[in-house]
Ligand binder design. Structure first.
Ligand code: CMX
Ligand code: CO
Length: 147
């Protein structure tokens, strides 16, 4: 079951400037930052609210750390903006398998490491009406409980 909007991923040129915009404009504070070398991004997670599955919803700001990363390529083509959406689930493996059975391309054979030691995979945007879609299982036990 997909039980929350885990995050909305927003590609930006400068993470610090963009995070400051979110703080000054909306009052959203940076909850967590990290570099994910495999994904080629530096990211900031702004926690917006808890969700009734015990997880949380975030804004995920993404700045590329190398020019050949997927986010750098996307920024070159589109400029800044919404890059992907992510749905949260207690079981990313089962969700990815079930969605793959429906004919949607799942980009990774096995989920990979995402923000805050979550496990993530992606669905191809061309199979999702133009929306790059991520599936996430949070590392925190409280966030993986389905109610
Ligand atoms: N949203 C919607 N459409 C997208 C897209 C996006 N984010 N990225 C690419 N596309 C579209 C392109 O517009 C293009 O469409 P057209 O052929 O009609 O022009 C098509 O998909 C192919 O695009 P591309 O620029 O050639 O890009 P690639 O095929 O090399 O890569 C994708 C696309 C989805 C396979 C790649 O972005 C990917 O593997 N994404 C998953 C990983 C990721 O995004 N990591 C960063 C975030 C990390 C995190 O959230 O933690
Ligand atoms: Co994401």
């Amino acid at each position: 079951m997909l039980t929350r909007i885990d995050h909305i991923g927003i590609a930006c040129f400068d993470l610090d400037t963009t995070a400051e915009f979110y703080r000054a404009t909306y009052g959203f504070e940076v909850f967590h930052t990290e570099v994910n070398e495999e994904q080629g991004v530096r990211e900031a997670m702004l926690r917006i609210n808890g969700t009734d599955d015990g997880g949380s919803s975030y804004i995920q700001l993404l700045e590329p750390v190398r020019p050949d990363s997927t986010v750098a390529k996307w920024l070159d083509k589109n400029g800044e903006g919404v890059h992907h959406i992510a749905f949260g689930t207690a079981d990313v493996d089962a969700e990815a398998a079930a969605i793959g059975e429906k004919g949607v391309r799942v980009l990774y054979e096995e989920p990979r490491r995402g923000s805050m030691d979550s496990r993530i995979t992606f669905l191809h945007p061309k199979d999702c009406h133009g929306v790059l879609t991520e599936l996430v299982t949070s590392a925190s036990p409280s966030a993986t409980t389905d109610h």
